[in-house]
Every structure is written in structure tokens, then in C-alpha cells.
Write a protein that binds this ligand. Structure first.
Ligand SMILES: [Zn+2]
Length: 462
């Protein structure tokens, strides 16, 4: 790490540390107090956007000053954000074309113009998007969330310094990498490991590093758990946190069995930063509602009742002034509850995270196409003790289920899974053959190392 990079990280950490008590207190405010705070933040971010972003000024009909009803503001789509990128941002030096070039050349935590972190969404569905955080936004959002995460899981600074391993995207284009890199200073040691590396390489590197806290995609950590059980991986992390993918019951069980700890789960979205983490009750992830607002809505953008699954979410960043993200549409299938949590924190919780809306399969039934939610297939594959990893691929005439089986799995499991999947699909009113194939590994998304559990055919295809 260069001296400049070290200073940058140290300054970011130093800016967030003194606020930690206030940051924690907000998680225990009454809902009314939090709502009032959110209204103030929304008014401020909308005022700023309407004054400084030509795009928002136009869509909001000029500068907006005073209180704003968030739910009355227009929804922002990814196409709008990208088509009019240069007008959305509030810093005229930021131009999409130049940022794309910067992203292509990114290897680590390099800053654009010495102050902006530029990232892309993982692009698992269609068009990639570009997100920018200037230094104040990075500190207010990502550093606050990083330190809050370490406190919520109980990771305390000390000597020797706690060692964090982030097993995720291999380079600085992605939020998990940049967020992890930001912690590599001062009281913490943080190292990034590529989830796209061959497993033996990853195992050797982790054995060498011996992390205290390991954070990564659940599909990767489940495979590492298998390696630990087999005796090739020999680490003793006191904390394991999964992130950024759907975590199935069997993945969590495998992690528990291998490392002897109850895994935490967090939600990071490049659009708004780290958005949620579960507490030690492990009864859902508390949304970081003082950093961003997530509205769970149906396919027409109308709010769904508490505890009901939505068709997508609308995200608003309360602190990103350089690229205002206001009611931005993201295809996450999420269920949120405001039921109280035993930990006493009042922030609402995500009680189910079911992938992205493009994971919903359109399958033939006796009377036309039927939408089958990924949760029904996960019910079969995600809970089966013999399945280490899986991926459902929709093909021309059937569904193919690729499964990585545990070492001790009986060969007839493949047949059993096939029958269960056919039954699960049939229970939803669809009729389609399912082919189950045991494979040694599943190919991950290039460049990111994420694993998409369902690969549906794009809507509208024959
Ligand atoms: Zn809680």
C-alpha cells in the first residue's frame, strides 16, 4: 500500500470513529424519531439534487426546498441513470466515458481525481451501472457501516490486530472489495481473496493468513466449509459473515458445522453501500435505515404491506450527494418486517431475501406460462444436506439443475433431487422436465466470482 493510500484510509477511519456512539444510538431510536430524521435527510438530499443535478432539476421541476414526500417522487430506473449519467451527477468533472475507462483499469482501491471511488454493479442481470462515491459519501456510508458491522458482530480492536478476510470480488470494481480495503488500516488488518480463484489456491492462502473474521459470498463459504470439514482448510475464524448472495439453509448449516460459529449475513448493494446486517439474535438483517431507505414495492411500484414479499425495491441513499440515488429501482426480492427484535434495535429487518426478480422462472403449464418463484426450487436444493452448491439453468425444453454434492453423498441423491424438483415445479402449476447433473464445480460470473443460483431465460424469449 502506498503512503497516500494508507493516509487516505487512516483519515477515513479517523473520521468515522468518533461518531460510533451516535451511530449506534440511532439504531435504538423510536420509529417516530427515526422517521423525522429520515424526512430531514430526504429533504436535504432532494434539495441538493434539484439544485446541482441537471437531471433531477428537470424531473423535479426546478429546485425543491422544504419537506418532501419520498413516496411521491418518481422512480429512477437503471436505464435513466446510465443514459443521463453525466446530468445525474452533481460534479461536472465526472463523465461516464472517462469513468468507464477508469473502471477498466482498476486493480485495487485507486481513487478517481484523487477523491472518488467508482464501482459497477455486478451485472448479473443485463446492463451494468456505474456508481460513484466521493470522500464524504464514502465516510458517511461505507465507513459508518463497516465500523457498525464490526461492533454488531463483536469484533473488537486489539493486539494482535484482528485479521479480516474478504473472500469476494477479485478487484476494485466491486463494493465488497473496496469496503474491505477501507478496513485495512490501523486497528484492523484486512485482506482480499478472490472468490474466482481455484479452491485449492484459496484454501492455501487462507491457511496462511488465518483470519479471525471471514466475510464472503455464501456459496464460496459453503465450499470452504466443505474444505474445512475435509481437513484441507484449517482455520479458526471466530466470526463468519456471508454477503451479497442468497444464503440457503444448507449453506448456513455447512458453515456452522465446519467453523462452529453461527454465521452473520449482510446485504451490500453497490447502489447504496452496506444496507443491512443481522444482530446476534440472527432473526433477519437490520436495515441501516439511517444510511439509506429501502421501499419494498410490487411490480407497479406500490408499497407492499409489512411482512409481504415485494417484486422489487426502491433504494434511496441518504448521504450520497455526488450521485444522488433517489428511489432507484433494484430487482431484489425482499420481505421486510417492523416487528420488534429481541436485541432492542428498532431498525426494520429483512426476513427473507430471495434473489433478483430476474430469477423468477416463466415455465409452461397446462394453460399457459406460469411464474415460478426461485424460493420453491431452493426449498428442495437449498435445504438438502447433500447439496453443497447448485445452479438452476432454464434451457429450451427443460430445467437443468447443476449440483455439487458433498463428498459422502449417495449416488441416488441425483434421482431423488430430480423427482423433488419436478414435484416442486408441478405444485406451482407448471409442467417441465428437470435434469439433475452432479458436477465438480459451478462456473461463477466472470470477473465477480458470484454464483447465481437461478439462470432464467430472459423474459419475452421464445
Ligand atoms: Zn436485532
Amino acid at each position: 500500500m502506498s503512503a497516500a493510500a494508507w493516509l487516505e484510509r487512516a483519515a477515513n477511519l479517523a473520521s468515522a470513529l468518533p461518531r460510533r456512539r451516535a451511530d449506534d444510538e440511532r439504531m435504538r431510536w423510536s420509529r417516530d424519531r427515526l422517521a423525522a430524521w429520515q424526512r430531514e435527510r430526504v429533504a436535504e438530499i432532494v434539495r441538493h439534487a434539484s439544485e446541482r443535478s441537471p437531471f433531477y432539476r428537470e424531473r423535479l421541476g426546478g429546485p425543491v426546498r422544504g419537506p418532501v414526500e419520498l413516496s411521491a417522487l418518481p422512480i429512477l430506473t437503471k436505464d435513466q441513470l446510465m443514459d443521463r449519467f453525466d446530468e445525474v451527477v452533481t460534479d461536472p468533472r465526472l463523465r461516464l466515458e472517462a469513468l468507464l475507462g477508469h473502471i477498466e483499469a482498476l486493480r485495487g482501491d485507486e481513487l478517481y481525481l484523487g477523491e472518488h471511488r467508482v464501482m459497477t454493479s455486478s451485472g448479473s442481470s443485463g446492463r451494468k451501472a456505474v456508481y460513484v462515491y466521493d470522500r464524504p459519501a464514502w465516510r458517511a456510508i461505507v465507513m459508518t457501516a463497516n465500523l457498525r458491522m464490526s461492533r454488531m458482530v463483536g469484533l473488537k480492536p486489539g493486539v494482535p490486530r484482528p485479521r479480516i478476510a474478504v473472500v469476494a470480488a477479485p478487484d476494485g470494481k466491486h463494493m465488497t472489495f473496496r469496503g474491505g480495503a477501507s478496513m485495512d488500516v490501523g486497528v484492523f488488518v484486512s485482506r482480499r481473496f478472490s472468490a474466482a480463484s481455484p479452491v485449492p489456491e484459496l484454501v492455501a492462502a487462507l491457511n496462511d493468513y488465518a483470519p479471525d473474521l471471514m466475510l464472503g459470498y455464501p456459496s464460496t463459504l459453503a465450499i470452504l466449509a466443505e474444505e474445512q470439514i475435509a481437513g484441507r482448510l484449517r482455520i479458526r475464524p471466530k466470526w463468519v459473515t456471508t454477503s451479497s448472495e442468497v444464503r440457503t439453509a444448507s449453506m448456513a448449516e455447512r458453515i456452522r458445522a465446519a467453523f462452529g460459529v453461527e454465521p452473520f449475513d449482510c446485504l451490500g448493494l453497490t447502489e447504496i453501500g452496506i444496507a443491512a446486517l443481522d444482530c446476534t439474535e440472527h432473526e433477519g438483517m437490520h436495515l441501516f435505515e439511517d444510511l439509506s431507505i429501502i421501499e419494498v414495492v410490487d411490480e407497479h411500484g406500490r408499497a407492499v404491506p409489512d411482512g409481504s414479499p415485494g417484486a422489487k425495491i426502491l433504494v434511496t441513499s441518504l448521504w450520497n450527494r455526488v450521485q444522488p440515488i433517489i428511489r432507484f429501482e433494484v430487482g431484489d426480492l425482499m420481505t421486510v418486517t417492523s416487528e420488534p427484535c429481541a436485541c432492542g434495535r428498532t431498525f426494520r429487518r429483512i426476513v427473507a431475501l430471495d434473489g433478483r426478480s430476474d430469477d423468477v422462472l416463466e415455465l409452461p403449464g397446462p394453460s399457459g406460462l406460469v411464474s415460478v418463484h426461485p424460493i420453491h426450487l431452493r426449498g428442495v436444493l437449498g435445504r438438502h444436506a447433500a447439496v453443497v452448491a447448485y445452479q438452476i439453468v432454464q434451457r429450451e425444453d427443460d430445467l437443468e439443475a447443476l449440483v455439487v454434492l458433498a463428498k459422502d453423498a449417495a449416488p441416488e441423491v441425483v434421482v431423488e433431487l430430480g423427482c423433488d424438483l419436478v414435484a416442486a415445479v408441478r405444485a406451482q402449476g407448471a409442467e417441465v422436465p428437470v435434469v439433475v447433473r452432479a458436477v465438480p464445480a459451478i462456473v461463477r460470473e466472470p470477473g465477480v466470482g458470484k454464483l447465481k443460483l437461478v439462470r432464467a431465460r430472459p423474459r419475452g424469449c421464445p
